[in-house]
Design a protein around this ligand. Structure first.
Ligand code: PEP
Ligand code: MN
Length: 336
């Protein structure tokens, strides 16, 4: 259930409702809008009597949220959530561009591509330190050494950095080095990990699982929100279908549907969505045209030698061209 306070409700009235919610055995989550505060009641699924809350001073109305995701729903926050990664804001008018290699392979490899994607227009640098590979014999990532290299790249380029976190045990170490945490598709339903990142203060990019419905993605976001972290960005990265000519099938539908259902920003990863470098640019354009708040793109200076995902990685000049074209599309849809 959510409780909508009257415009101009006093601090005391809000505190009073929060105290009542706690007494009833629920956790109150506040969404302070420009005009009014909304209080979300999170707890068990027992039916609640709206009127018990509607009689409290300062309350305009109480309503049941019928969707299984509550804090992620549009009902909870009419305004779009803005997620701030060291000053780079996702969810507003400007489209945010994140790029970098699938994996950090060496200091020179990362620094070279970091400078190249920055020159091309990227605002956030990506790079995997712990890689969820389909085979245990494939390159698993450099671990903490990669995190140190990412931190050095941030120092040199000024770009905030994002990396994938695979287990809650790594959280203290990873949080020391990076500016945003990525939950990979394979871990979208790793609930202990979701709760763990929910207890941090770093923004989180949550990728859609290979076989996950949009509702399952939103329920995973709900885990992070319910644990207290409101800085969540959703990322469509393609789902598994019967189609074989692409690695995954980019679900463009997910962008407008998620934007309708949730106040959280929605990004697109056209690299994993297609799996082939030549298809990344057209699908990136489509994503921005469909309303994505940003793009996560893999880039590498020598894709043919990449230790992971070389086939879908753009060379620096291809990445620069992608940014140029995406900016044109962004302006056409009244973004920047
Ligand atoms: C990645 O971003 O390199 C990655 C592993 O993506 P996903 O989790 O979407 O497969
Ligand atoms: Mn990858």
């Amino acid at each position: 259930m959510i409780i909508v306070m009257r415009a101009g409700a006093s601090r005391e009235e809000i505190d009073n409702v929060v105290a009542r919610v706690a007494r009833d055995g629920f956790t109150a989550h506040l969404s302070a809008g420009a005009e009014r505060t909304i209080i979300g009641l999170i707890g068990d699924d027992r039916p609640l009597d709206r009127q018990l809350y509607e009689v409290l001073p300062g309350v305009e109305k109480a309503m049941a949220v019928l969707k299984p995701f509550k804090l992620a729903s549009r009902e909870f926050s009419a305004a779009d959530t803005l997620v701030n990664i060291k000053g780079v804001v996702i969810g507003g008018l400007p489209v945010v561009l994140m790029a970098g290699p699938c994996a950090v392979e060496s200091r020179s490899q990362l620094l070279e591509i970091a400078h190249a994607v920055k020159a091309g227009g990227a605002q956030v640098l990506r790079g995997g330190a712990f890689k969820p590979r389909s085979s245990p014999y494939s390159f698993q990532g450099l671990g903490e050494e990669a995190l140190k290299i990412l931190a050095e790249a941030r120092e040199q380029t000024g770009l905030p950095v994002i990396t994938e976190i695979m287990t809650p045990e790594h959280l203290p170490m990873v949080c020391d080095y990076v500016d945003m945490l990525q939950i990979g598709a394979r871990n979208m339903q790793n609930y202990e990990l979701l709760k763990g990142v929910g207890r941090t203060t770093l923004p989180v990019l949550l990728k859609r699982g290979l076989m996950a419905t949009m509702e399952e993605l939103l329920m995973s976001a709900e885990y992070i929100l319910a644990a207290g972290n409101r800085q969540v960005v959703l990322c469509e990265r393609g789902i598994r279908t019967f189609e074989k000519y692409t690695r995954n099938t980019t679900d463009i539908n997910a962008i407008p549907v998620l934007k309708h259902l949730t106040h959280l920003p929605v990004m697109l990863d056209p690299s994993h969505g297609t799996g082939t470098a030549r298809y990344v640019l057209p699908v990136a354009r489509a994503g921005i045209a469909a309303g994505a708040d940003g793009l996560l793109v893999e880039a590498h200076c020598n894709p043919e030698e990449a230790l992971s995902d070389g086939g879908q990685s753009l060379r620096p000049e291809q990445y620069s061209e992608l940014v140029r074209q995406v900016r044109v599309i962004a302006r056409a849809v009244e973004r920047s």
